[in-house]
Design a protein around this ligand. Structure first.
Ligand code: GLN
Length: 501
């Protein structure tokens, strides 16, 4: 019997619990599908077949012995390749880390291993998570399983494509300005950025530490809640991590009924709709707003004026942090080391040669920009001003959440664009994150869920934002929208009909 890989992770976990199939069979089915079709998608940078099957056998042993297992035990997962995995290559899709084998596991990986979720492999991304299309990877292109000529979004395009193409029921991404949510939107999957601090960053290779968050990429809201339950919570190794206020997100999602929409105060962010959004994106968003109203939600428009300045402020704060975080790649400590072609081999000259050869254009652009905005003469005018804008954005969120319970917006201004279409135009690329960046600037949780497909058959996403530390509310409302709009986009990707040649 072939296992139906379009099922969501919770449904597959039920299959494991009922003895419909074993984790070894499920993991093998995912590995087979990856072997058959990943040459056309390019989701994976590394495939961990042997390790995944070993973990699967352990999961089967635990379930057979009647041990008290996690709900997701035995369900395979893919990891974005900026999350460190002991003994398994971790490259950030950069030449500078080629050949590096981490000596430790990220905290999220430790938790995944402890619960025996087979790790299928590491997924492609924009180099060091900088981009919105995954085209900045030093190693390969990832194609959108909905239309192979289009991008899967970024930076976490590999994880999103792996879930969309039914290679993996679960994946992890990282979101600094939208890299979980935007790829989710354009691949018809669910992507959640938890409240800043709710999931440990230990072992996530830093991009901009004050905004980076690891989070779930899945096919349903309940799967994302279950995965955050597993990876979230306080971690001694991350000084910014905190215990979640609300535990058992999955239980809370399950206990939510569509009647709970009645009286829910939903705010449409004025600055994140209208001009700049593709007509199909706006149409689908309006339709969802109508569904919410039909179920009795009180919908209003909320003004967040500082959001108009989120992008420029992000492109000052993020590169500043990037320039500091990436200083560790010096040709001495990790991966690549390039010696100067001629002249003396000094530390500075090895560093220069290594970085010159090891970093791609976009990474260099951001390091230079960050170094400039932090330089003595400029820091107040640029970095300081951007930090003030950040406070204004936080104030906008605070005021908004006095008026409404949650905020909604389209996740991304357009559906998936063509490969190569924006690669040479950084400004056009940056604008993909206009709706996702405000959450990172303030630390609030955000989730993107599928919101139908446009007339080209490309998925659209809708975003739900909740107050900080109210991830449970975010998941509950997202699952209500999922149910009320009766959207099954995540199971509809044409990849389901691919045949082996
Ligand atoms: N696309 C955004 C950027 O390039 C977000 C990246 C991310 O969230 N990692 O900065």
């Amino acid at each position: 019997m072939a296992i139906d890989l379009t099922r969501d992770a919770i449904s597959l976990a039920e299959g494991l619990a009922n003895g419909e199939f074993t984790s070894v069979e499920l993991t093998q089915a995912c590995l087979d599908r990856i072997a058959q079709f990943d040459d056309r998608v390019g989701a994976f940078l590394y495939i961990n077949a042997e390790g995944a099957l070993e973990t699967a056998a352990e999961a089967d042993r635990r379930r057979a012995a009647g041990e008290d297992v996690h709900v997701l035990t035995g369900v395979p997962i893919a990891l974005k390749d900026n999350i460190v995995t002991r003994g398994m290559p971790t490259t950030c899709a950069s030449k500078i880390l080629e050949g590096w084998l981490p000596p430790y596991d990220a905290t999220v990986v430790e938790r995944i291993k402890a619960a025996a979720l087979p790790i299928l492999g590491k997924t492609n991304l924009d180099e060091f998570a900088m981009g919105s299309s995954s085209e900045h990877s030093a190693f390969k292109l990832t194609h959108n399983p909905w239309d192979l000529d289009r991008v899967p979004g970024g930076s976490g395009g590999g994880s999103a494509a792996a879930v969309a193409a039914f290679f993996a029921p679960l994946a992890l991404g990282s979101d600094t300005g939208g890299s979980i949510r935007q790829p989710a939107a354009v691949t018809g999957t669910v992507g959640a950025k938890p409240t800043y601090g709710n999931v440990s960053r230990y072992g996530l290779i830093a991009m901009a530490s004050s905004m980076d968050q690891i989070g779930p990429v899945t096919r349903s809201v309940r799967d994302a809640a279950a995965l955050q339950d597993l990876i979230g919570g306080y971690d001694f190794h991350d000084s910014t991590s905190q215990e979640a206020l609300e535990k058992d997100l999955l239980g809370q999602v399950k206990a939510t009924k569509v009647e709970d929409l009645k009286g829910l105060r939903v705010g449409i962010v004025k600055q994140l709709t209208g001009e700049g959004y593709a007509p199909a994106v706006s149409e689908h968003f309006e339709k969802t707003v109508q569904v919410l109203k039909d179920f009795g939600a009180e919908v209003s428009v909320v003004d967040c004026p500082a959001f108009d300045y989120a992008m420029p402020a992000y492109y000052l704060i993020m590169p500043a942090e990037v320039s500091s975080n990436l200083a560790r790649f010096d040709g001495v400590r990790y991966g690549l080391r390039v010696e100067p072609e001629e002249g003396p081999v000094t530390v500075e000259r090895v560093m220069e040669a290594t970085r010159g050869a090891g970093f791609g254009h976009e990474v260099k652009r951001r390091i230079l920009l960050g170094t400039f905005v932090l330089s003595a003469g400029q820091v107040d005018a640029y970095y300081g001003a951007a930090q003030k804008v950040r406070t204004l954005i936080q104030n906008d969120f605070d005021r908004a959440f006095e008026q409404v319970d949650v905020l909604i917006s389209p996740t991304s201004p357009t559906t998936a664009f063509k490969l190569g279409e924006k690669e040479s135009d950084p400004m056009a690329m940056y604008l993909n994150d206009v709706a996702t960046v405000p959450a990172n600037m303030s630390g609030v949780p955000g989730i993107s869920i599928p919101n139908g497909v446009d007339d080209k058959g490309l998925p659209v996403g809708v975003q739900v934002l909740a107050p900080a530390r109210q991830d449970a509310l975010m998941y509950r409302v997202a699952s209500l929208i999922e149910e009320a709009s009766n959207d099954h986009t995540a199971e509809q990707c044409p990849a389901k009909d691919w045949k082996v040649a």
